[in-house]
Design a protein around this ligand. Structure first.
Ligand SMILES: NC(=O)c1ccc[n+]([C@@H]2O[C@H](COP(=O)([O-])OP(=O)(O)OC[C@H]3O[C@@H](n4cnc5c(N)ncnc54)[C@H](OP(=O)(O)O)[C@@H]3O)[C@@H](O)[C@H]2O)c1
Length: 386
């Protein structure tokens, strides 16, 4: 049976890996809608390759350029936020949520509210609105399938087991490009060094998050909402080879792990075909060549983002939104060359320690806290990083 899918963030790293799998399985999937922020050339190319019926560019100023590029196709072209929501809530039964950042929140919620199966890569949506989203999924009947390799690994390990039998989950972390770097080297890191991940090829924002290890902090919060476990039952373990993608420990002492090469097409394929599996061209795991797997406790002194994220999760309320918004603003400024690498986590810490917001009751509340925090972070940057 052909599955109708919408790909939100089709031009990004996850979007491209998804398209690769879809094109290898032309009978299994029909792409109904694709979206991008600004990259209309790549989006038009995707439409021509997949025959998508709806192409949405978030930036309304790019509408006519996209329309021009798609003259002669039957694809409907649209732009702006309402069109993004339409792509998420339209005819697709499976929505690949691969927009980066809190910008993906409303489209993800539109898909969840429409009762879709959502293959969720956009971790920031769950970090900022986890309770609202899981409640919405419970009432609409939506299914959220984790695409993040760690959460996908845990999801696979949980299959066939009772949630009550889980004692803890263990998120593995590569440690990023600065795992063994001194505090001095980390302090002087450039954007080029920060995005050079040793194992994974990813978009710029998540690559910087991996370098600060904020990515693992966001994943801790994501895991809390996906698997309904408190912070104390979610451990983080550095595993530089990125072979064990995460583990589940059960009450009898058994530990199940999911292993594989570092290729996002493996977890994406699992979400695309769930509850079945499809073949992927990912390189097979050769453990004899890898020969050893190392594990170590994370260093919270050199990577304080992990501590901040755990504190934000345990504080609850608006804290994860503040953590995420300050981080997104700071990472964008670092990538633009406006602040130094250590300023990212310092700004997040300052934003958290000076924040006083009520817990959000709606997506509107989440977006307002996000907006105010970004403005405050910008002001803090101007004051401290002229
Ligand atoms: N990459 C990975 O291996 C990986 C692994 C696990 C989880 N994730 C998560 O997956 C998500 C996507 O990551 P990525 O690495 O694929 O990011 P990416 O390569 O930067 O791609 C982001 C996608 O989102 C679109 N986009 C950006 N800003 C937008 C906005 N304001 N409105 C609408 N669309 C917007 C981009 O369009 P343009 O191309 O037009 O800018 C692009 O299609 C992130 O949440 C990340 O944490 C990624």
């Amino acid at each position: 049976m052909t599955r109708k899918i919408a790909i939100l963030g089709a031009t990004g790293s996850i979007g491209k890996s998804t398209l690769d799998l879809v094109e290898r399985n032309p009978d299994a999937f029909e792409v109904t809608a694709v979206t991008a922020a600004t990259n209309v050339e790549a989006l038009a190319d995707i439409v021509r390759r997949t025959g998508a019926k709806l192409a949405v560019v978030a930036d309304e100023a790019r509408y006519s350029q996209l329309a021009e590029l798609l003259v002669g196709t039957t694809c409907r072209v649209a732009a702006g936020e309402d069109a993004l929501l339409e792509a998420a809530a339209g005819e697709a039964e499976l929505v690949i949520a691969a927009i980066v950042g809190c910008a993906g929140l409303k489209p993800v919620m539109a898909a969840v509210d429409s009762g879709k199966t959502v293959a969720l890569a956009n971790k920031e949506a769950l970090v900022t609105a986890g309770a609202l989203m899981t409640d919405a999924a419970a009432s609409s009947g939506a299914t959220i399938l984790p695409v993040d390799s760690e959460h996908n690994a845990i999801f696979q390990c949980l299959a066939g087991n009772r949630g009550d039998d889980v004692s803890r989950i263990i998120l593995t972390a590569s440690g990023g490009p600065f795992r063994v770097a001194s505090a001095e080297i980390i302090g002087a890191a450039t954007p080029a060094q920060a995005v050079a991940h040793p194992n994974w090829s990813m978009g710029a924002k998540i690559s910087v998050d991996s370098a600060t290890m904020m990515n693992k902090g966001l994943e801790l919060i994501e895991a809390h909402y996906l698997f309904k476990l408190p912070s104390q039952r979610i451990d983080i373990l550095v595993h530089p080879q990125s072979v064990v993608h995460s583990m589940v420990e059960f009450v009898d002492g058994s530990v199940l792990a999911q292993l594989g090469t570092a290729d996002m097409r493996i977890p994406i394929a699992y979400a695309l075909a769930w509850p079945e599996r499809i073949a992927t061209p990912a390189q097979r795991l050769d453990l004899a060549t890898i020969a050893r797997l190392d594990f170590e406790a994370p260093d919270l002194e050199r990577f304080p983002a992990l501590r901040l994220a755990r504190e934000a999760l345990e504080a609850g309320g608006a804290a994860p939104i503040v953590l995420n918004a300050a981080n997104e603003g700071a990472v964008a400024s670092f990538l633009a060359g406006h602040i130094r690498f250590p300023d990212i986590v310092r700004l997040v810490q300052e934003a958290l320690s000076s924040a006083a917001y009520d817990a959000p009751h709606s997506i509107g509340d989440v977006l307002e806290i996000d907006r105010v925090t970004r403005d405050r972070t910008k002001a803090m940057m101007t004051a401290s990083c002229p």
